[in-house]
Design a protein around this ligand. Sequence first.
Ligand SMILES: Cc1cc2nc3c(=O)[nH]c(=O)nc-3n(C[C@H](O)[C@H](O)[C@H](O)COP(=O)(O)OP(=O)(O)OC[C@H]3O[C@@H](n4cnc5c(N)ncnc54)[C@H](O)[C@@H]3O)c2cc1C
Length: 399
Amino acid sequence: MDDASQTYDVAVIGGGPAGLSAAIALAQTGANTALIARRAPYADNRTTALLGGSVDFLQAIDVWPRCRDKAAALQAMRLVDDTERLIRAPEVRFSAGEIGLDEFGYNIENRRLLVALEERAAELPALTRFDDEADMVGPGDVDVAIHTAGGKSLSARLVAGADGRQSLCREAAGIEVKRRSLDQSALTFNVSHSRPHRNISTEFHTPQGPCVFVPLPGDRSSVVWVAAPKEAERLIALSDDELSEAAETQSHSILGRLRVEPGRHLFPLAIEQPRQFARHRVALVGEAAHVIPPIGAQGLNMGLRDAADIADIVGRAMAAGEDPGAPQVTKHYDSARRADVLSRTFAIDIANRSLLSDFLPVQSLRAAGLHLIGAFGPLRRLAMREGLAPSWRSTRRVS
Ligand SMILES: Cc1cc2nc3c(=O)[nH]c(=O)nc-3n(C[C@H](O)[C@H](O)[C@H](O)COP(=O)(O)OP(=O)(O)OC[C@H]3O[C@@H](n4cnc5c(N)ncnc54)[C@H](O)[C@@H]3O)c2cc1C
């Protein structure tokens, strides 16, 4: 259905994984929801390590059963100091069994997750899809006016801005963003290998950033290789044979012979943080609300928590007869997301800086910290639990 004639309770703008998840969760609460997003094949080969409550959330929105068989369980994680510096951290191994779990989560290719999300979104009667782009978002006193590139006009009492890094919604709400480019790029590609990964993800810490091998189903893994921009440019230009060899060397052959699969992408890294997470009837979701480097697999996991929270808060407001875009509702969302996003951004930034630092005392502190985490069970278990999801977060209702 494509119905521009009415005012919606909520309009979600942007159909990446965060936007689609938010639209499904919102429509499931019964909110009359518009989704303004072009249907297009997923453009890159990123994968997501779904951690903590992400799988439960995807289960609650009836997406997980549609893609579970495309995901690989993550049962252990190894951190290996590959800096060859004078002071090096010992290897640290985290096992899900240590905190009473069968697995930390699951790694899945984003394009497979997107297919499952699209399939579920198409089923919901409360969700109206506009296969289009928003080219004007105008927050007003009682609603938000939206115009699309295809010439449609609609309005909604609340907009969930899930339109990524260059968010038009964020700009329309007058939300400023703090931006810091990092002198690093992430190269992503997938590999097949001759030895099994045994559901262990391994992170090699190099002086330019981490290089991570994350299990995929079968004898395959996804690789996120963070390096200085020049080095990343060199790596992406290698032939398949050369890149296979470079990745095998970087992995110290723990997965045996590596063979790169078609498709590589380069992502310049940055940290972006808006001053508010909601304002003037616009709530930010996904990368519109936070951009962090791919360390500790946090980005989309936070995006899914944004989606769960906006649906929960809107569902409760509407059940109480409130306007879903009223200032108290957007304020509630802003405070619900603030501690999670700010604390994680800070922790990832520190972890990244401590790895890159040439300053010996910082290197010693980092090595000592990892040594403590590796040696003391309670500390290691605390780090594992906090790495999965904030411990203070209550479970959110979604449907
Ligand atoms: C190398 C790398 C590895 C990563 N690994 C992990 C990981 O293991 N775990 C994890 O949790 N996170 C990870 N992340 C982060 C994760 O990939 C992102 O957080 C996530 O993909 C962002 O999804 P999104 O839906 O917010 O944004 P996007 O995927 O950018 O979606 C935004 C969408 O909005 C659309 N759009 C933009 N403007 C408009 C408009 N005006 N109207 C309509 N639509 C519009 C765009 O076309 C796009 O489809 C990684 C990131 C990188 C770079």
